[in-house]
Design a protein around this ligand. Structure first.
Ligand SMILES: [Zn+2]
Length: 268
């Protein structure tokens, strides 16, 4: 059965969970349990194909209008970037026990408190990461096999997403416990103990940086994007484990408009 059919047949309360837990959304949003049963109707489920696909996201809810009307949306093709000697992102990631959730749109890996990044003087806490397959961002037109989004939030609620591109190659040892435990039913969860997100990062940590949005509804803008320019490798079997559960979940490229892209060359 396709995800579309599953998503349209689940009870309304589950749709709330899907919306709140969807890609790019912070993990600490109110849980569905906090929403009274008599609350407003659930937001419609978005999909990646069909009638509720990306072209229709902006019409699915008044909350989603940025998906259609926004001027700084993600993802984009990373090309014609301005080379700049930028301060490194300081990663302070700690190993901990993580929870995998099948949101219907991706597999999200919720992180315990304690991991953060510092960039340009701001500290952002790591909330969760999740997968897209194939990649959402492209580099000079090149699409990759997948993309991992590490979602962070600062004290003021500002979001910063660090994207790690995935290339098909050797099996990823650090991600193996995650790919081996992917929950295959909507809202199903799984636990992985002692996962170290720092080991997901490539050795070379130069980035493309630009201002964009969440890549799923509500497509909120004001998101600081840091796309690492060096992919990591995952195996064909690992990619297949994900695509066997979640159908292609990449939002199409969005208009860049007049936005600048900076390419950090400090170690390039
Ligand atoms: Zn994402």
């Amino acid at each position: 059965m396709s995800r579309l059919h599953r998503a349209t047949s689940v009870p309304a309360i589950l749709l709330i969970v899907v919306v709140l837990a969807s890609c790019g959304r912070p993990a600490a949003e109110p849980a569905a349990e906090d929403v009274p049963a008599s609350a407003e109707p659930a937001e419609p489920a978005f999909t990646y194909t069909g009638a509720n696909g990306p072209d229709a996201w902006g019409d699915l809810s008044p909350e989603y209008t940025a998906c259609a009307d926004g001027s700084a949306q993600s993802p984009i093709d990373l090309v014609d970037a301005d080379d700049a000697d930028l301060a490194d992102i300081v990663f302070d990631y700690r190993a901990g026990d993580v929870e995998l959730v099948d949101t219907g749109h991706t597999i999200q890996v919720n992180q315990p408190a304690g991991s953060s990044i510092q960039v340009e003087g701001d500290r952002y806490d790591l909330l969760q990461f999740h997968f897209h397959e194939p990649s959402e961002h492209t580099i000079d037109g090149e699409q990759f096999a997948g993309e991992l989004h590490l979602v962070h939030r600062d004290e003021a609620g500002g979001l910063a997403v660090v994207a790690v591109l995935l290339r098909e190659g050797a099996s990823s040892a650090v991600l193996a416990p995650v790919f081996d435990a992917l929950p295959a039913e909507l809202d199903a969860t799984a636990q992985v103990e002692g996962f170290d997100p720092s080991r997901v990062l490539p050795e070379q940590r130069t980035t493309y940086r630009y201002d964009g949005s969440l890549t799923t509804p509500p497509c909120t803008e004001g998101v600081s994007w840091f796309v690492l320019d060096t992919p990591i490798e995952v195996s064909a079997a690992q990619l297949a484990a994900f695509s066997g559960i979640i159908e292609a979940n990449n939002r199409p490229l969005q208009a860049r408009g007049d936005r600048d892209i900076a390419h950090d060359t400090s170690r390039g």
